[in-house]
Design a protein around this ligand. Sequence first.
Ligand SMILES: C[S@@+](CC[C@H](N)C(=O)[O-])C[C@H]1O[C@@H](n2cnc3c(N)ncnc32)[C@H](O)[C@@H]1O
Length: 419
Amino acid sequence: MALLSARRAALDALRKWQTQKQFADSVLSSVLSSEQLGASDRAFAQELFYGVLRNVILLDFWIGRLRSSRLNADLRDILRLGLYQLFLLNVPAHAAVYESVDLAQAKNRGLVNAILRSALRQRESLQAEASGQTLAVRTSHPEFLIDRWQNSFGAEATAELCAWNNEPPRVYARINHLKIDDEEFSRTYPDARPLPGRPSFSEFSARFPSDALASGHCYIQDPSTALACELLDPQPGERILDACAAPGGKTSLLAAMMQNRGTIEACDRDPKRLQILQENLSRLGVEISRTVCHDWRSNLSPSALKSAQLFDRILVDAPCTNTGVMRRRIDVRWRLQPDEFRRMQEQQLIILNAVVPLLRPQGVLVYSTCSLEPEENEHVVEQLVANASTSWRRDAVKVSLPFRDGLDGAYAARLTRTR
Ligand SMILES: C[S@@+](CC[C@H](N)C(=O)[O-])C[C@H]1O[C@@H](n2cnc3c(N)ncnc32)[C@H](O)[C@@H]1O
């Protein structure tokens, strides 16, 4: 009975995701908040919903082999959920079939039962057929993404990247040195496994570390997000602008690196996200930040930032297409369009050009994204540097590639303003 509710929640989420054009994580949290589910049912509903979104082309390939005539959206979703459980999650066949049949309207139950039982009978041939399909079908990615990644990274790395995107993400926590040191953290949270080569990061595998989060002892963050902060290298006492700051993962790391000495102006255009940033920073014990709601596309310079004193360092952790974090942002691959990379580049350059006048001479600018695309990374830096009104020295670039580094994708470039 409990699992049935989880399956119904997943089916509701799939319907809403297709009709309401919201992000998958918001759809799921709104569905789960309206259903009375226990922790394991919530986890199962999430597994089903995200699992279907990650594998939808492959599941539809199998559905196409099992049923040649048209299916309505509801029936298709029930079959996607059923086949995901049978072929990819290895749920016992009787449970997967019985519960899927039960999700259907009475008039469609015979059809769902027949299709899923036929799938079971043909399991081996269906799976063999799928393994002969293109990477786009096998790993359920749009062709245009596969083509561009094959051009950038080659065929082998692209296959690894697609497989990576389909894995459930790991839970990494950054230890918050404003509240606790690494040793005490390990003693207090024995579930946390230190990450080799990343002393301030731990992995939680057994359970979600709610107590460590509530106490502000850590922040859930992939280690790749630290690259930009390491390049910025803020010093205690300095004046820093974090231009795209919400929800505050990097702001809080910068404050820790500065030992809570100096000033960080944490700016973002989204008031709701700034509210979350404020809650995060206060829980994490950040005392040197001030939040500023500002859209850098506006021509007006934010009055809250007008001061005789220019910034020592500026971080622009820009909005991007998120192609480096697709295992966490499940539906990114279904929302992206081929022209999105250029559109994003325009936004990124607008933001950069707006913050440059606020940086002091010899000040440091770090530009970062969680995109893997050259249009949003190297090409943006090229265009910034090509603008003759300011001169720059290019100091360093750090890149994280999932298939090479085993972490989320990230790009960060550090420039020093020479004039
Ligand atoms: C990648 S996220 C920042 C993540 C954040 N640095 C962190 O580590 O938690 C990009 C942020 O830029 C903000 N943003 C996007 N366009 C903006 C603009 N034109 N002006 C100001 N903020 C913007 C978004 O609201 C979003 O919060």
